[in-house]
Design a protein around this ligand. Structure first.
Ligand code: GA4
Length: 341
């Protein structure tokens, strides 16, 4: 059950209790894993994954590099920006006026693209950063493929390897993103001087939203963060309710993207989510966005179309979807444009 309360000042409904979000242990029996992952993707479009098999040293490596990168002086970091859409970005999200209280690095996952970007930042030790990111991407891509196989089996698809091949493809358009949300109070040395109590409630509320609400356009997203909370999911039962996700640096958090909602003909939910910054501590998160190649056609799989659930989305190529997504705001409901009536 979702715990709700009415906030007296704003009359806004907020969550006061942590909802029991699905947790999947990859070491459970396969049958159970399949059944529970499918259920989680249907009900929440989200689950937490434990015993995922990705080595701690791979995770520690990217954590260390992310911390080091974000602690560089702004002038150094900016060498890898502005984001077009890849590269280093600060506050600006996309091209249509969205902003957030974060800085980030966004890379295409093919190794040459990562090392090319990294060389822009530092000529000195480009290999350490790029090999660590590549190692992480390899491990998490493998995990994403495993999840796709499990989902394919759980949905009773005939050709589950074709399903995971969408991501394994050399031409896959998958991305990796490193986000840093600085603490929203006492953000910088100058602001340290200022008294935070002079900020209005509204100002503080705006500072809290690190990355505004949106759905992910790709197939699956695999997220990991440090121990600072921030991720919130929009409740599938009540759009006014945001469910906070408890942080767990040893776990991965998986969410369904728009393309998987389209492929399952709406059976899976591409969950709306947002990330909040913390008042006092830096939040660091890493996301792998599993995408197909640009020319891949996304369409509701025949097994997902029934008399009760007729075809909901028209086929589209990933390139077509991307073009539209970059022309819209972050919070837009992009998949709605592909609905068949
Ligand atoms: C949301 C999910 C991923 O972070 C992302 C984002 C992308 C960007 O930051 O460049 C987008 C956003 C995301 C969807 C709409 C467009 C594109 C910002 C934006 C306003 C990397 C992605 O693939 O789509």
């Amino acid at each position: 059950m979702v715990g709700l309360a009415l906030m007296p000042e704003s009359r806004e409904r907020v969550v006061v209790q942590q909802q029991d979000l699905p947790v999947i242990d990859l070491s459970w029996r396969k049958e159970r894993v399949r059944r529970l992952i499918v259920r989680a993707c249907e009900e929440f479009g989200f689950f937490k994954l434990i015993n995922h098999g990705v080595q701690k040293k791979v995770i520690d490596g990217i954590d260390r590099e992310a911390r080091e990168f974000f602690s560089l002086p702004a002038s150094e970091k900016q060498k890898a920006g502005p984001p077009n859409p890849l590269g280093y970005g600060s506050k600006k999200i996309g091209n249509n006026g969205d902003t957030g209280e974060l800085e980030y690095l966004l890379f295409h996952t093919n190794p040459s693209s990562i090392s090319q970007r990294v060389r822009m930042i530092s000529e000195e030790d480009p290999l350490s950063f790029s090999s660590v990111v590549n190692e992480y991407v390899e491990a998490v891509r493998e995990l994403a493929c495993e999840l796709m196989e499990i989902i394919g089996e759980g949905l009773g698809l005939e050709n589950t390897s074709a399903f995971s091949r969408l991501i394994r493809d050399d031409e896959s358009d998958s991305l990796v993103r490193l986000n840093h949300y600085p603490p929203y109070l006492r953000r910088s040395a100058e602001e340290e001087e200022a008294d935070d109590s002079t900020k209005t409630k509204e100002e503080i509320k705006n500072l809290r939203v690190g990355f505004g609400e949106h759905t992910d356009p790709q197939i699956l997203t695999i997220l990991r963060s440090n121990d600072v909370e921030g991720l919130q999911l929009q409740s599938p039962l009540d759009g006014r309710v945001w469910i906070p996700v408890k942080s767990d640096p040893s776990a991965f958090f998986v969410n369904v993207g728009d393309a998987l909602q389209a492929m399952t003909n709406g059976r899976f939910l591409s969950v709306r989510h947002r990330a909040m910054a913390n008042a006092k501590r830096s939040r660091l998160s890493t996301m792998f966005f599993a995408a197909p190649s640009l020319q891949t056609c996304i369409y509701p799989l025949p097994e997902m179309i029934t008399a009760e659930n007729p075809q909901r989305y028209r086929p589209y190529t990933w390139a077509e979807f991307k073009k539209i997504m970059y022309s819209l705001r972050l919070a837009s409901n992009r998949l709605e444009l592909f609905h068949v009536d």
